[in-house]
Ligand binder design. Structure first.
Ligand code: NAD
Ligand code: ZN
Ligand code: ZN
Length: 410
């Protein structure tokens, strides 16, 4: 039954809208999902993680329906769903998690053991279990009682939807990066990457009370965005070393902790900023982080990178100077963010106006028809977080204009 539409990856640089089947309560391989729901999408966001696939840098097959950042309204609930009801507006953690395995029980929903052939599942993503993506009009979400975060009030949710839509991934992911870096009140942080994840991480560091949040990138527009909400921008394409630039800002050449919000397509620093050098970026993070400091690494690394330039990188092997981190007794923490660990608290922070992540990441609402162009613009590095509104159900809030026209409330 082709009465659904979704965005399909059709080869490097090509994303197109396709007619697809209306979802059923059946998962990959025919798995029964009576514990699942069908959602009518309210919003679904384009992510830097999608770009890795769309740039042809993964083994993603042609035809895969994209989309793991999902917010929707429940229109059908399976027989075994007890507490989520038709009509609820819910945020879907991008991790598909069963709630029944050892890892889920320990709160590590990013590495669920039952939703993929290897630990960890996600919607619309290569190697993540074959769950159909949500950049579509309708999508199926399994284990609904466990996975879904219900917004307490529908009207309030629709008013704050531009912020709440970030709860499915980048806000908890940025927050997880900050938590793994050990950010606490009064600490100094260096965040590599001023894309949406880096900016969401910066908001999280501010929420956690960091004294100074330095955000590095080579994209001037994105650095300006970081500066707009109180971060210290750092241009990694400058000739000065990262340590020298940090010294200029803090008066010492090191930070208490660091977060990699870039991943395996990261560039080098200085002269190397024009080329890909993810190991150099990670080595620099170890260099500038104090002895005993922690590094959060939400930036994505793949076990296979067919688009890599050298043979090692094709197998995900990078030239890390692990001895630098070892001699400084640093902690490194990487992997999918367990969204569920943080999304409720971050929802409350949004509803009580403690944080304004949509403004920080420059949420920009687009239609499903505009999404293929959105992918192209995001790939060029515009400083926007594209949020798709497949049914035209969101009032256009124009985050940027509101921010400049309206007086501050506090
Ligand atoms: N761990 C998780 O659960 C999780 C969840 C979501 C996203 N991610 C990953 O987080 C990363 C960031 O996502 P995004 O949406 O912000 O992507 P993005 O591609 O929009 O942003 C990455 C930014 O890093 C910048 N950059 C490149 N080299 C750099 C360097 N050496 N120093 C500083 N900045 C540099 C780029 O210019 C770009 O602005 C991606 O790898 C994405 O896959 C991980
Ligand atoms: Zn994402
Ligand atoms: Zn599980």
């Amino acid at each position: 039954m082709a009465n659904n539409r979704g965005l399909a990856y059709m080869g490097p640089g090509v994303v197109e809208i396709q007619n697809i089947d209306f979802p059923k309560l059946i998962g990959p391989g025919g798995r029964k999902c009576d514990h699942g729901v069908i959602l009518k999408l309210v919003t679904t966001n384009i992510c830097g993680s999608d770009q890795h696939m769309v740039r042809g840098r993964t083994t993603a097959p042609k035809g895969i329906i994209l989309g793991h950042e999902i917010t929707g309204e429940v229109i059908e609930a399976g027989r075994d769903v007890e507490y989520i009801k038709v009509g609820d507006i819910v945020s879907v953690p991008f991790n598909v998690a069963c709630g029944r395995c050892r890892n889920c029980k320990e709160g590590n929903t990013g590495i669920c053991l039952n939703v993929n052939t290897v630990p960890g599942g996600a919607y619309g993503y290569v190697g993540m279990g074959g769950w159909i993506g949500g950049q579509a009009e309708y999508v199926m979400v399994p284990y609904a009682d466990f996975n879904l975060l219900k917004f307490p009030d529908k009207e309030q949710a629709m008013e704050k939807i531009m912020d709440l839509t970030l709860l499915s991934d980048i806000l908890p992911t940025g927050y997880d990066g900050a938590v793994n870096a050990g950010v606490k009140p009064g600490m100094t942080v260096y965040i590599a990457g001023a894309g949406p994840v880096g900016l969401a991480c910066a908001v999280s560091c501010q929420l956690l009370g960091a004294a100074c949040v330095i955000v590095g990138d080579l994209n001037p527009e994105r650095l300006a965005q970081a500066k707009s909400f109180g971060c210290e921008p750092l241009d990694v394409s400058m000739d000065a070393t990262l340590a020298e630039q940090i010294d200029n800002i803090l008066g010492i050449p090191e930070v208490d902790c660091a977060v990699d919000c870039v991943g395996f397509e990261g560039h080098g620093h200085g002269h190397d900023a024009k080329k890909e050098a993810p190991a150099e970026m990670l080595n620099d993070l170890m260099n500038v982080t104090r002895a005993g400091g922690h590094l959060g690494i939400p930036g994505l690394y793949v076990p296979e990178d067919p688009g890599a330039k050298d043979e090692n990188a094709k197998l995900g092997i990078l030239g890390l100077r692990i001895g630098v981190g070892w001699s400084k007794s640093q902690h490194l923490h990487m992997g999918q963010a367990p969204v569920m660990r943080y999304h409720r608290q971050l929802m409350q922070a949004i509803l009580h106006e403690k944080i304004q992540p949509a403004k920080a990441v420059n949420v920009t609402l687009i239609s499903l028809e505009e999404a293929p162009q959105g992918y192209k613009d995001f790939d060029k590095g515009v400083s926007k977080k594209f949020v798709i509104d497949p049914h035209g159900s969101v009032k256009k809030p124009k985050v940027k204009e509101e921010a400049t026209l309206e007086p501050h409330h506090n």
